[in-house]
Design a protein around this ligand. Structure first.
Ligand code: ZN
Length: 405
């Protein structure tokens, strides 16, 4: 058992409680929260971490990364989605070759140093499997499927199943194999339906890209625009497989993370109980001229979380860089209020989206706890904002109660 004392504990419950000068007793899970001296008296054998001037909170959850693209620095074209996706296709084998096991391991470490304890990795090729399995982080490993040409659907499925089975061999408390459908424009309904049947069987959330660009919206709604010419490269006479709502319907009744949704203007199409939106603010800014309507999303009651996306459309996997960018992009919110919303989305909400019992400092939850350097504040309600503005790295973390630094 361990006891951790902190100046401030951000509980990250729905009320966003901030505890002052309290301590947490935990093993793999959180056992008690209370007075430091009393906990020591009652549990004299516990290992003690007295971080009297620090801030403790649940580790961040980054539900959307593409570690296989970690070698990208300036190779891919930013500014326009279509130019970008073409540059991805042109450079993906080279970038994938350069994404060595060491590079991917370093990038996971970089994320963890910024307080991330759970990573949702979207795996396209499987080169990220070993570093993810060996990592100390909690990993949700989303094997991704795509393919539009009828002729190759069986081959696409076989390739996907091969990767899924390989990842399933490593399933453990820390490593969760899962599945992902790439997007409505890139995935044939026959593949998407097979995958959703599978997700129902393995009872684990699906991740999917949705409404990331103006081109995608135009394509789904009017079968026209830049995507039409582009998709002709992959299959003759392309037609949209879905409307916006028929695509969402595919995932009705089970946990699905819809990543981006920048061009969603009707959040009522989502299933409030099971669907969530993953917001990748920097990535969206790099690839288009619009950002997610966070106010409308919050008003709709649909859960949301914060992702960095991969280095294919970002310049940093440091989670604080992403949070700071969110503070700057979403000028429609009061700053201190937004800081709280962002921290909640990155912990409690993300845990609910992924169905993992962490993301909150409460009795019974997994002890995934990050500790950050403290600072002076007049009022404890300023802690969320200063934490995001001032912090670059965690001092140390516990994942499932185990110390990581
Ligand atoms: Zn993505």
């Amino acid at each position: 058992m361990k006891i951790l004392k902190a100046k401030y504990i951000l509980v990250c419950d729905e009320e966003f409680r901030i505890l002052e000068d309290k301590a947490i007793l935990f093993d793999e899970r959180i056992l008690k929260i209370g007075n430091f001296v009393r906990l020591i008296e009652n549990y004299p054998d516990a290992e003690i971490f007295n971080c009297g001037d620090c801030v403790a909170m649940p580790c961040f959850i980054n539900p959307h990364t593409h570690l296989e693209y970690s070698a990208n620095q300036t190779k891919l074209i930013f500014g326009d989605y279509l130019k970008w996706v073409n540059s991805v296709i042109e450079n993906r084998s080279e970038l994938s070759e350069q994404a060595t096991q060491k590079l991917i391991t370093d990038k996971i470490t970089e994320m963890m140093r910024s307080g991330v304890g759970t990573i949702g990795e979207i795996s396209s090729f499987g080169v990220d499997l070993e570093p993810c399995v060996k990592s100390a982080a909690r990993i949700v490993y989303f094997n991704e499927i795509l393919g539009t040409n009828e002729k190759f659907l069986d081959a696409n499925w076989a390739n996907f199943m091969g990767r899924y089975k390989k990842s399933a061999e490593h399933a453990s408390k820390r490593f969760i194999p899962a599945v992902s459908v790439h997007s409505p424009y890139s995935t044939h309904p026959k593949l998407a339906k097979k995958v959703t049947r599978m997700a129902r069987a393995i009872k684990f959330p699906i991740s999917v890209h949705f409404l990331e660009s103006r081109y995608e919206k135009e394509w789904l709604n009017s079968a026209s625009g830049g995507f039409k010419t582009w998709l002709e490269k992959f299959a003759p006479n392309p037609k949209p497989f879905y409307s916006e709502s028929s695509f969402v319907q595919l995932f009705k009744g089970f946990k699905t993370l819809f990543t981006h949704c920048v061009f969603a203007d009707d959040f009522s199409i989502f299933d409030e109980k099971n669907h969530s939106i993953t917001h990748c603010a920097v990535s969206n800014r790099m690839l288009c001229d619009k950002t997610l309507d966070l106010k409308a999303l919050l008003a709709s009651g649909i859960c949301f979380n914060i992702g960095t996306d991969g280095l294919s459309s970002n310049v940093s996997l440091n989670f604080f860089d992403e949070l700071r960018a969110n503070l700057l992009i979403h000028t429609e919110f009061e700053l201190n209020e937004l800081a709280k919303i962002l921290l909640l989305a990155s912990t409690n909400f993300a845990a609910k989206s992924l169905k993992i019992s962490n993301g909150e400092i409460s009795t019974g939850k997994l002890a995934d706890i990050a500790v950050f350097d403290g600072f002076e504040v007049e009022d404890k309600n300023e802690v969320p904002l200063w934490l995001i503005l001032r912090t670059k790295a965690a001092k140390f973390m516990f994942i499932g109660g185990e110390l990581w630094r």
